[in-house]
Each structure stands twice: as structure tokens, then as C-alpha cells.
Ligand binder design. Sequence first.
Ligand SMILES: Cc1cc2nc3c(=O)[nH]c(=O)nc-3n(C[C@H](O)[C@H](O)[C@H](O)COP(=O)(O)OP(=O)(O)OC[C@H]3O[C@@H](n4cnc5c(N)ncnc54)[C@H](O)[C@@H]3O)c2cc1C
Length: 391
Amino acid sequence: MQRAIFTEEQQVFRDMVRDFFTREIAPQQSAWEHAGAPPADFFKRVAELGIMGIQIPEVYGGAGESTYKFNAIVTEEAVRAGLQIGSLRTHLDMALSYLLAYADAEQKQRWLPRFVAGDLIAAIAMTEPGTGSDLAGVRTTGTRADGGYVINGSKTFITGAVNATHILTVVRTSPLEADGDRRSGLSLIAVETDRPGYSRGRLLEKIGMKAQDTSEIFFDDVWVPEENLLGEEGRAFAYLSHNLAQERLSIAVNAQAAARFALDTTLAYVRGRTVFGQPLAALQNTKFELADCATDVEAGQAFVDRALDDHDAGVLDPADAAKLKLFCTQMQGRVVDRCLQLHGGYGYMLEYPIARLYTDARVTRIYGGSSEVLKSVISKSLLRAAEAGEQ
Ligand SMILES: Cc1cc2nc3c(=O)[nH]c(=O)nc-3n(C[C@H](O)[C@H](O)[C@H](O)COP(=O)(O)OP(=O)(O)OC[C@H]3O[C@@H](n4cnc5c(N)ncnc54)[C@H](O)[C@@H]3O)c2cc1C
């Protein structure tokens, strides 16, 4: 089915990004995998192409676009080129939305021109060794001192910490009251990674996404000025909940693009492989498997495109974003698994793109809200709507 959601300008942008990724970045992927992270100059090149500033207001040097579709194009083209650019997606799709929504005028002046230039790279640190899905359980503390906060604690699974200059860190700025609201008392503070007491631990070894870095980070009496607090003290839970819709949309766009790529690469494979004297593509089972996968991919695309339009219009609500991520990531898992099966033993070999798609796919049902957490968000909204309907 034709996609009708992109403008001509966005199509031109897609061609530019496709050329950049396939000609310049794809040849570097094995070096990135070896290093476990992209090099710092990748972010500078992305900035030179104007990609960092697309959503940043012109007054700070950006292009002032409000649509999210350029970001979606970057993700889709990265997947198509076989790249893992999770740290760029965290920076552009997630961190930037916090800066745009909650930074005050002075902070925007301080941070956004550097963001546009690729000199400020941001990561987001919510998860801790003791708490992931249950964000209210954050134990890293920010204690007021000397006109700022002293931060102590540790975070884990942090994407992009290798190149980050700023970590948007969720800290507890007032103690957890035994009978109080567990969601209150959390704040979002930007921590520069060159501050004394900040350190990055080892690169965590993952089963997939090997070209993007995932690290532990530590805060040992790290002092930051109060000018680094984003928004109001104690309001981080609300800010994080608000931004989850875009985070989930971003993961869904990536999952959808990966499912499509899996189907495309499998179509090429089954046409070239001969079994029992005939092309693998000629077997009825192959045709049925491909038909099921193609149907799944089209359904996912329609859902993603509708969500992209809704998000631009400001009407993608958290429960719909949860449904979208749940469907697209489960569909990605189904399609990639079936496509790998059609490759036989070659599907298990990393030289075939389907093998990487398989190991990369598993995490999308875990991060950014696990499937179980999403189901609970969706069911709560169903019950709320049913109760409201009865009143
Ligand atoms: C590759 C990778 C990159 C990541 N990048 C980042 C990052 O940049 N920044 C960051 O802050 N975090 C990051 N994360 C962390 C990620 O968001 C968490 O792993 C995720 O939120 C799940 O938390 P957890 O791992 O602690 O699992 P847990 O919360 O311990 O969950 C364990 C199991 O319990 C289930 N469960 C939990 N709560 C419920 C419930 N209420 N009902 C039913 N089942 C439930 C879960 O679904 C899961 O199956 C990353 C993780 C990975 C693997």
C-alpha cells in the first residue's frame, strides 16, 4: 500500500538521509560493532547535515519544524541501511523533547545552539539496578547544597552514555514517604559528564544491537547548579509520562521498519535459494509464510502512519501509543522469526541481515515500557472509558 503521509520536502530529506547512511555510515558498522558504540564524529556529521536542528526553533539555529516525521524518516532509513543508531534516537527522539518542553529560556539559550551543532549530546537515565518498570522506585538522590544539588547513586542500561555530554537524570529530591504518593519527589536534572564524581562503568554486553552502547553510570557526590534542573522540582514523573507517547512511537517506527526490512531481505533470499530442484519461493509454505508476514507489515504500517499523523496533530494519547508499541513490537518479533525460519541455517549466521534483525528485535518488547506494562496501561484506559460511559 502507498504511504501518503509525507510531503515532497520530506521525500527529498529521505533521499538525502538514505544516501548518507548507505554510502557513508553502513561501511563503518562493523567498526562500530567492534567498539560497541558509534564514534563521536558520527554526531558531528549528523549535525552538519542539519538533522540535529530540525525540531529546534530558528532562534537557536534550528529549522523550527514541529513535525516528528523527519525523525521517523531517520529511523526508517537507518533500519533499511542495516544500522543501529539507538544513541542518536535517544538524543533526538527522547532527550530533545524534554529540552524543548521543560527547559527555561536561559537553559534553551545555553543548550540548544550546541545541540544543533552536534556539540551537546544527551542521554536519558531513568533505570537503576534495583528499578526499571517501577520508575517511582528510583533511589538516586539529589540533595540541595550550595545553590545546587549533590547527586548520589547509579543508573544502568543507559543508551548513548559513551558519547553523551549531558545525562538527563531522574533523581529523588525529596524522600519517599511510607504512606505518600510514590510518584512525587522525583526531579529531572541535566548532569554534564565532565563533572567531578560522575563516571561511566563498563559497556554492557548485549545479545544484539552491538553497534550501540549500553552502560552503567555512577554519581558520587556530583554537584550540579540548580540552573540544571529541568522544569519544576518534584515533577519528573509527570514529565516522563507526558513524553512516553513519543518514546513509544519512536520504538514502534523502528520495529515496523525492521519488520519490513526482514520481509524484503527474505523475499530476495527465497527467490535465490534452490531446494529440491526448485526455488524456495515456489513452495506453498514459503508463499503462505510471506503472505502472512506481508499482511502483518501492512497492518503495522497503517497503524504507524496514523499515529505519526495523530502525534503531529497533538492527539496521540498515551494509551494509543501503548497499543501501537505493543502491536508493532510483537508483530516485529513474529515477522522476523518467521523470516529467519525461511532462511534455514543461513538465518542463524550473522553475515545474513536476518540474523541481526532477530537478535536486535528481542529488546523492543522490553524497553520503553515492557509489553506487560503496556497491557496494564491499555486495560486501565479501557476500564476508565467504560466507567465514564456508564455515568
Ligand atoms: C538495550 C537497552 C537499552 C536501554 N536504554 C535505556 C536508557 O537509555 N535509559 C534508561 O533509563 N533505561 C534504559 N533501558 C532500561 C529499560 O527501559 C528497562 O530495562 C525496562 O524499563 C524494564 O525494566 P527492568 O529491566 O528493570 O525490568 P523489570 O521492571 O524488573 O521487569 C521484569 C519483568 O517484570 C514485568 N513487569 C514489571 N512490572 C510489571 C507489572 N506492573 N505488571 C506485569 N508485569 C510487570 C516486566 O514486563 C518484565 O517482564 C534500556 C534497556 C535495554 C535492555
